[in-house]
Design a protein around this ligand. Structure first.
Ligand code: CA
Length: 232
């Protein structure tokens, strides 16, 4: 995955330089946008493989940029920077559609680990996993070849992260899966750089989409003190 272009959207030069340095060391090419308008322009012109997006920008917010990109059909991963922890619901929600977030102050190691993981996830091995047939549980069908989920015959819109999470759990139906195991398998980084809250938020979103009563889930169960378990 070397040589891929990453667009850094960040108005503070020193912060952008730090990220640029870390990403170039990982073999990525870096494009830098200082404003939301520049970000949209460069996203269209340079077709970056991934975007890191600061929330506070001089002309607009990172939220608006993310929303605009998704509305234009930009499907590549977006990593939000500077979200406060309490903004996580909004950032990872379908409305914005960011894939992951990092709270400032973050370490370069943390950000580059997340970026590597997002890149692997977006361009890595999922499509090569052709032997995986659809999983069926009652009226729920999870098809990894098509990245689609249907319930009672109706397509359910999931973000790529939600899909991977659901598929991972469903492929291990009835077995408890730890949060740190999910982070390592789905996000591809060590749980000691954070992410348990991210898992919980995605699980909550998944429940609202696939459960009849999200407050009383029948498929994605919480295993207290451990993590989650998919019930077929
Ligand atoms: Ca900023």
């Amino acid at each position: 995955m070397t040589g891929e272009r990453i667009l850094i959207v960040e108005d503070e030069r020193a912060v952008a330089r730090g990220l640029e340095y870390g990403l170039q060391a990982d073999g990525y090419q870096v494009v830098w946008a200082r404003t939301g308008a520049e970000a949209l322009q460069l996203a269209r012109a340079e077709n970056p493989a991934l975007i890191t997006l600061d929330i506070r920008l001089p002309d607009t917010s990172g939220y608006d940029v993310c929303r605009a990109l998704r509305a234009e059909g930009f499907r590549q991963p977006v990593l939000m920077l500077t979200a406060r922890d309490e903004e996580v619901d909004k950032v990872l929600g379908l409305e914005l559609g960011a894939d992951d977030y990092v709270v400032k102050p973050y370490s370069l190691r943390e950000v580059t680990a997340r970026i590597r993981a997002l890149m692997r996830r977006a361009y890595g091995d999922l499509s090569a996993n052709g032997q995986n047939g659809p999983l069926r549980f009652g009226d729920l069908e999870i098809d990894p070849a098509r990245l689609s989920v249907r319930k009672g015959g109706e397509a359910i819109e999931l973000t790529p992260t939600e899909f991977r999470l659901l598929h991972y759990l469903a492929a291990r139906a009835d077995l408890p899966v730890t949060r740190s195991g999910l982070i390592e398998s789905i996000w591809g980084y060590d749980s000691d750089i954070g992410g348990e809250r991210t898992v919980d938020v995605h699980i909550r979103h998944l429940r609202t989409k696939i459960e009849d009563d999200p407050a009383n889930p029948q498929h994605i169960l919480t295993v207290r003190g451990v993590g989650y378990r998919f019930q077929g």
